[in-house]
Design a protein around this ligand. Sequence first.
Ligand SMILES: Nc1nc2c(c(=O)[nH]1)N[C@H]1C(S)=C(S)[C@@H](COP(=O)(O)OP(=O)(O)OC[C@H]3O[C@@H](n4cnc5c(N)ncnc54)[C@H](O)[C@@H]3O)O[C@H]1N2
Ligand code: MOO
Length: 411
Amino acid sequence: MKKRFQVFVPRTEVYEKFIDKLNIRTEIIELNTEKSIGYAAAEDILSPENLPGFDKSTIDGYAVIAEDTFGVSDGNPAFLKIVGEVFMGEEYIGEIKSGECVKIPTGGMLPDGANACIMIENTKEFGKRVEIYKSVAPGENILKKDEDVKKDSIVVKKGEKINTGHIHNLMSLGITKIKVYKKPKVCIVPTGDEVVEPSENRIKTQIRDGNSYALMAWLKLQGIDVERYRLIKDDPEEFKEGVKWALENGDIVVISGGSSLGSKDYSLSTIEHFGEVLYNGVQVKPGKPVIFGKTDEKIILGLPGNPTSFVVSSYLFLFPTIRKISGFSNFIPKVDKYVRISTNVPTAQGRERFIFVKLERKNNEFLAHPILGESGIASPFRMADGIVRIPLGKEGLYKDEICEFYSFKNI
Ligand SMILES: Nc1nc2c(c(=O)[nH]1)N[C@H]1C(S)=C(S)[C@@H](COP(=O)(O)OP(=O)(O)OC[C@H]3O[C@@H](n4cnc5c(N)ncnc54)[C@H](O)[C@@H]3O)O[C@H]1N2
Ligand code: MOO
């Protein structure tokens, strides 16, 4: 008989010693920039030019030599001669000299000789002359030619998640294609003698498969391609068939259920059959019986079947693994905000604890209301905005204590 003693590892160790060390990466692909949102960049992208590329006015008014306006006021205006006009998208031919100004629209290119612009509201035009009632400093109301992006500066770092701001800059720079890491494909193998399809009638002792459908939806929200094997029985041969299919079809295999120590829990032996087990059990509640395995090119995760444990272990271990192999330099779950817990939450020591919470905005801060319940129920997931953390070694949270909140939305 197999030795039943297990060493559970802290979550941080899983990140540092396993996920961060993974040398598996998805393929690098070239995408149209407009389609690259949410992907990890596969290379540093440097700016080929300055943006905006020319000094431009930030107001509608007159381009002037700032020194010509020094000391002016309503009762003591400066008189400048209007020598021309700047048109959008065109370069002004000529150079303005002391005592002169040029009409300019917002966004127009600053003419040579000018070093500031004055708002139309602070002037009055009389034919070819304009009275200036307010002084401007050199550089005032001007956007410098490299103020937005400097030539050769990094616009996107390798491993950075492409966001809408990147797309704005990249498109403005004319970079219409970029190299990114492909998103991995996840294949789920749902297991359990008692588990039936949601469309089936069930007898009292059976349960319908909520886990794999919830995870598929959650992954699709992140743009991850996902496929599900049929439900399999607690039978070692069926486990092997399911995992073999998943390894052939996906980059990451998720086995739902069968990860604990029961006589019919076959995740561990199946993972050992196909590859190497790196960790078996983590110091996290819910979600202790998580098994991490790998082959040369693929990852196999055995996740606990209890719904709450399945959800938390997906969030804490599957999603970081997905991020790591698809090239993200930041893969560890990020604290979304710090929140105040609304009641005492005791916990047993020895496992880092995560509690489902609903947030309420109150007096300019967030109150987190715990949604407690056993790992075997799924409703906390439906009701929660995310989870709060009780660190390893802490005996619980006291009402009104500030704690870390991890959002289910920002993943
Ligand atoms: N002797 C021990 N027993 C258990 C331990 C332990 O350390 N020693 N750990 C407990 C913990 S903690 C958890 S979590 C569970 C995990 O068990 P398994 O991963 O083996 O999961 P199953 O036994 O297959 O299922 C547990 C529970 O979840 C239901 N389930 C399964 N699949 C689904 C699904 N697709 N959708 C919804 N619900 C599902 C299943 O019916 C069971 O009720 O082990 C403890 N035991
Ligand atoms: O780890 Mo289990 O997830 O406590 O129920």
